[in-house]
Design a protein around this ligand. Structure first.
Ligand SMILES: [Cu+2]
Length: 276
């Protein structure tokens, strides 16, 4: 038998057609969305019934003269209080604790893969620290829109094994990921619907978000029956004229595949440029 939480989750993911779920915490979010839909449906039916009742009860043929005193009973007040209580429960009992758990229980950096993602008009710059776990120094003087959009100083020892990438975020499956979200210019928003992740990137702030991807891109292609399936990073804040083309992609791989990709990139990016 399915319990109440599963019903609320399935309501969202299956009945209401949310994108396929691919992160560990996403079920909780779908569950909450499901509960909100259930409560709103009850409210909708309740208020709709109330309107129908008043139309009949206070019809003109039965009430030829307007009443100047109106309703004396307090029943509707109690109903309103009841609705406010349910909404307070949703907010204080579910939404706030869930948010607090997301922002407070960030796993320690050594257990997770830490990636820096910097939004700019109109792209996502991805930066991995490499095996040393240290992000190389960045300097605004080295910034070059084409060659070095993050201003990474390759002479810094910590930067030797760093990997940067444009609009392509590679992640290992079933491992906590901490994305340190930043912005170079205006407010952007990092949204990946399948991962149930969405967070604004604010200039001047580094905002950590974390999640555990649970389904690789390859698995998702089989599951959805779409051989071209891609996890897409959609910028979810209108950030300028090119906002519509500010899309990135997340490729979720097995741990080994990801490791191999990272090593290839380190070799490729740390090699001296033959054209310079
Ligand atoms: Cu944007």
């Amino acid at each position: 038998m399915v319990g109440a939480p599963e019903v609320a989750e399935n309501l969202m993911t299956e009945w209401l057609g949310l994108p396929a779920l691919a992160s560990a915490h996403g079920g909780q979010i779908d569950g909450l969305l499901g509960w909100i839909h259930i409560f709103m449906l009850i409210l909708f039916v309740g208020w709709g019934g109330f309107i129908a009742y008043t139309l009949v009860r206070f019809r003109r043929s039965r009430n030829p003269v307007a009443s100047y005193t109106g309703v004396k009973s307090h029943r509707s007040t109690y109903v309103e209080i009841g609705v406010a209580v349910v909404e307070a429960i949703l907010l204080i009992g579910f939404a706030i604790p869930m948010w607090a758990a997301r922002v407070e229980s960030i796993p320690p950096a050594h257990e997770a893969l830490v990636v820096q993602v910097t939004g700019e008009q109109f792209a996502w710059n991805v930066h991995y620290a490499g095996p040393d776990g240290k992000f190389g120094r960045t300097d605004i003087k080295l910034l070059d829109a084409q060659e070095n959009p993050l201003g990474l100083d390759r002479t810094d020892p910590a930067a030797k094994d760093d990997v940067t990438n444009l609009n392509q975020l590679y992640l290992p499956v079933n491992r906590p990921i901490i994305v340190r979200l930043r912005s170079k210019d205006v407010i952007h928003s990092f949204g990946v619907p399948e991962l149930r992740v969405k967070q604004d990137a604010i200039p001047g702030l580094t905002i950590p978000i974390w999640f555990v991807p649970t389904v690789t891109t390859a698995e998702m292609r089989t599951r959805t029956g779409n051989p071209e399936f891609q996890y897409e990073i959609a910028c979810a804040q209108l950030c300028g004229l090119g906002h519509y083309r500010m899309r990135g992609f997340v490729t979720v791989q097995t741990g080994e595949e990801f490791q191999k990709w990272l090593e290839e990139q380190i070799a490729l990016q740390s090699a001296p440029d033959p054209f310079k």
